[in-house]
Write a protein that binds this ligand. Structure first.
Ligand code: PLP
Length: 489
């Protein structure tokens, strides 16, 4: 007697679940992007007690339909324009199913050679497709791995950087003199990594952005380095970002890396969202200077059709992460590891265990082809350019900087000054989101409110961006009319 399903019963129920998924995706567009539920709405509707006896799948699907879907923000909706996308293509769901079917735990090469080697092949091949320096491949002495997130990537490279900066770190821990360089626009995961690594918030040096931009000022970085070295501090890592979360700013990676090299500082390039665009040769210039970096991260789970989680991380020195992270108790010893001929990915990450994530990445590139991935990115960049033209041509709106790839930042113009514009922008965003027709998020840049339009959902097409633009204009007109301010045509 097993508690698991009989494979034939699984076949029947599995078809029902696949049908559910297909229906859900086909019907997404008709649903509100964001639910209008109050806190506690879901908890009040979930069965309070766990079932003592087996229950039919139909009951579960019924509760998913009645409780889960109506309370879900639909990230796969074609009019989801918030944060950055979290693509979960149907290709990747198929790959995830295969990975789940194998149920392999790939902590060591020997615990599933395929889980390790498929990942190595994928990461080497994607390094080539992105135009990364061959030094980031296993053949070139570096290598790549799939982390759960860009945040984890930042943490493990910080640990590798601490180990490289002072080999006593593994024994003695941090000294309190370490410094990590970011800007005000760097993702908060760097500050979190600094905290988790036990460096203390004082270790985080926020370098100025260049005047009139939100990108790191390489001169200010070089000056901060010199000052810190002169003060006896230990610069450990700098994180230039390609495509910041707030506004898509691009730090000058080459100039930052050149300044860092003089002091042996680890350069980690965070291109969590924008990096995958380098699959298109015309966007490869965004990664200029990455060949000088020590590590590079981009997420397949944002804009590259791959269901969360798949944070791709490459390092120039393939021994750097194991040197910092490897701990080998007796029960993990095995001949393959001791031969030195294999990669044990447990040494490249914080947890011991790991999923076979490479299979879903493979399913995506196999199903869509590199041509399909490039078309996906190019279409969204073109839609962003069109939306930016519409914003430019409308006196009731203004662009906040030029779009980066498929991220358009804008605000409402009332004619009544910055404060009124910011308040109107906030009100318009709230009204768009409350309508359920589209979902947007915001940031504050240079002290001003900014509406972010991140185009990138798997099924977003021209009509969806047009619908958003119509809705933005309609809500702006309503807000102006309520405020009694000027109306524009
Ligand atoms: N870095 C950048 C630039 C991001 O935009 C994000 C998320 O949006 C992250 C890091 C964190 O990504 P993750 O959720 O994979 O940790």
């Amino acid at each position: 007697m097993t508690a698991d399903l009989d494979p034939e019963e699984f076949r029947r129920l599995g078809h029902a679940v696949v049908d559910w998924i297909a229906d859900h995706r086909a019907g997404l567009e008709a649903r509100p992007v964001q639910p209008g539920v109050e806190p506690g709405w879901v908890r009040a509707r979930m069965p309070a007690a766990l079932p003592e006896d087996p229950a039919p799948l139909e009951d579960l699907l019924d509760t998913v339909d009645r409780v889960v879907v109506p309370a879900s923000t639909l990230w796969q909706h074609p009019r989801f324009f918030g944060y950055f996308p979290a693509n979960a293509s149907l290709h990747s769901l198929l790959g995830d199913m295969l990975s789940g079917a194998l149920g392999a735990q790939g902590m060591l090469w020997s615990t599933s050679p395929a889980a390790t080697e498929v990942e190595q092949v994928m990461l080497d091949a994607f390094a080539g497709a992105l135009g990364l320096d061959p030094a980031f491949t296993f053949a070139g002495g570096g290598g790549g791995c799939i982390q759960d997130s860009a945040s984890s990537a930042a943490l493990v490279v910080l640990l590798a950087a601490l180990n490289r900066a002072d080999p006593r770190w593994r024994e003695s821990g941090v000294s309190g003199t370490e410094r990590v360089y970011v800007t005000s626009e760097t993702h908060s995961s760097l500050a979190k990594a600094v905290r988790v690594a036990g460096l203390g918030a004082h270790a985080l040096r926020v370098v100025d952005t260049a005047p009139g931009t939100l990108a790191m000022d390489p001169g200010a970085f070089a000056a901060a380095l010199r000052a810190d070295v002169a003060a006896g501090l230990r610069p450990v890592l700098v994180c230039p970002t390609v495509g910041t979360t707030g506004t898509g700013a691009i730090d000058p990676v080459r100039a930052v890396a050149e300044a860092a090299r003089e002091h042996g500082v680890w350069v980690h390039v965070d291109a969590a969202w924008a990096g995958v665009a380098a699959l298109c040769p015309e966007f490869r210039h965004l990664l200029d200077g990455v060949e000088l970096a020590d590590s590079f991260a981009t997420n397949a789970h944002k804009w590259l059709l791959t269901a969360f989680d798949a944070g791709l991380l490459w390092v120039r020195d393939g021994t750097a992460l194991p040197k910092a992270l490897s701990i080998t108790p007796e029960y993990l010893r095995n001949a393959a590891s001791e031969s030195g001929a294999v990669v044990d990915y447990r040494d490249w990450q914080v947890p011991l265990g790991r999923r076979f994530r490479a299979l879903k990445l493979w399913a995506v590139v196999h199903g869509a082809g590199l041509s399909g991935l490039r078309a996906h990115i190019r279409e969204h960049v073109a839609l962003a350019a069109k939306l930016a033209d519409q914003v430019r041509a409308d006196p009731g709106f203004e662009l906040v900087g030029e779009p980066t790839l498929a991220l358009v930042c804008l605000r409402v113009v009332t004619g009544d000054g910055p404060e009124a514009d910011d308040a109107a922008s906030r009100a318009v965003l709230d009204r768009v989101n409350a309508s359920g027709e589209a979902f947007l998020t915001h940031t504050v840049a240079g002290g001003r409110y900014v509406i972010r339009v991140a185009i990138g959902s798997v099924t977003t097409g021209a009509e969806h961006v047009d619908q958003l633009w119509d809705r933005l204009r309609a809500e702006a007109a309503a807000v102006r009319s309520a405020a009694g301010t000027r109306q524009y045509p």
